[in-house]
Design a protein around this ligand. Structure first.
Ligand code: SF4
Length: 267
């Protein structure tokens, strides 16, 4: 979204023009549609996001089942959609292989966002296996700060979070202001459940991560993801044994890490 000019003033008075900041423009866009968007289909939400923000909106995905639904839906709404992923460099081979299939099937290039620190540099600076000793710090270095830098180049981001995934996500709206990162956040399938996700995948022949067929309902980094047993919480395989169930991307607290500089990204 470009900065907008609005006019104000009463009839008969000279009208004053004032530039709106990017943030204010985003907040106004949210306030205009937030309630109505709760009744929209996911496709209409996507169409609104693409029409409103153009090339300044991108889908963020880690290529879970929900993420695959979002990518497929977007491809039917707007051909040249932007898609980025936070590549922690600790992803499963199956995830990297899925990324190649996505690029081929949908004819897009995934923008890969890397941490400022390579895995080797992280080990030199923070010691071996930081994810075991301080997973919040590791997620901050490899996910949250790279995402913060990426989002600073956008006016809106599209996610595939669902309210029923975690308590943190329970209050999410289809269209909302993301105060943590300072842009509009669009969650088209926020009210879906797992059954709807898998029905869409099968009905539309959408590719998905092979690990889902090996009891990995939620997939992140190799170091912090395990298979779950039947009947267990689908997210219990993330950071198993720890209370941590969110990497921080969808949490609501600002904590920029000033030391971190972008090392590489695909945009
Ligand atoms: S999920 Fe684990 S390995 Fe990946 S960034 Fe977070 S703590 Fe580090």
């Amino acid at each position: 979204m470009k900065d907008q000019i609005v006019t104000g003033g009463f009839e008969g008075q000279s009208q004053v023009q004032a530039p709106l900041t990017r943030q204010l423009a985003g907040q106004i866009a949210v306030s205009e549609v937030q309630n109505a968007a709760e009744t929209w289909t996911p496709q209409r939400v996507l169409a609104w996001a693409f029409e409103t923000f153009g090339s300044r909106v991108a889908i963020s995905s880690a290529f879970g089942a929900e993420g695959m639904v979002m990518i497929d839906m977007a491809s039917r709404v707007h051909k040249n959609f932007r898609l980025f992923t936070i590549d922690t460099e600790f992803l499963f081979p199956e995830t990297y292989s899925l990324m190649e299939r996505i690029e081929e099937k949908y004819g897009i290039t995934i923008e890969k966002v890397l941490s400022a620190l390579s895995p080797e540099a992280q080990e030199r600076m923070h010691g071996e296996a930081l994810w075991k000793r301080d997973p919040d710090r590791c997620c901050n270095l490899r996910k949250v700060e790279p995402l913060r830098l990426k989002l600073s180049t956008l006016d809106a981001w599209i996610t595939s979070i669902r309210r029923d995934q975690t308590s943190v996500r329970a209050g999410a709206h289809r269209v909302e202001w993301d105060a943590k990162f300072g842009l509009v956040k669009v969650n088209p399938i926020v009210d879906w459940n797992s059954k709807q996700v898998w029905r869409y995948i099968h009905d539309h022949d959408v590719p998905y991560n092979q690990l889902h067929d090996m009891d990995y309902p939620s997939i992140g980094c190799t170091h912090c993801t395990s298979a779950v047993r039947p009947g267990e919480d689908p997210r219990s395989g993330r950071w198993p044994g720890l209370a941590k169930k969110e990497c921080g991307l969808h949490m609501i607290e600002p904590a920029p890490d000033a030391q971190i500089v972008r090392r590489a990204e695909g945009d």
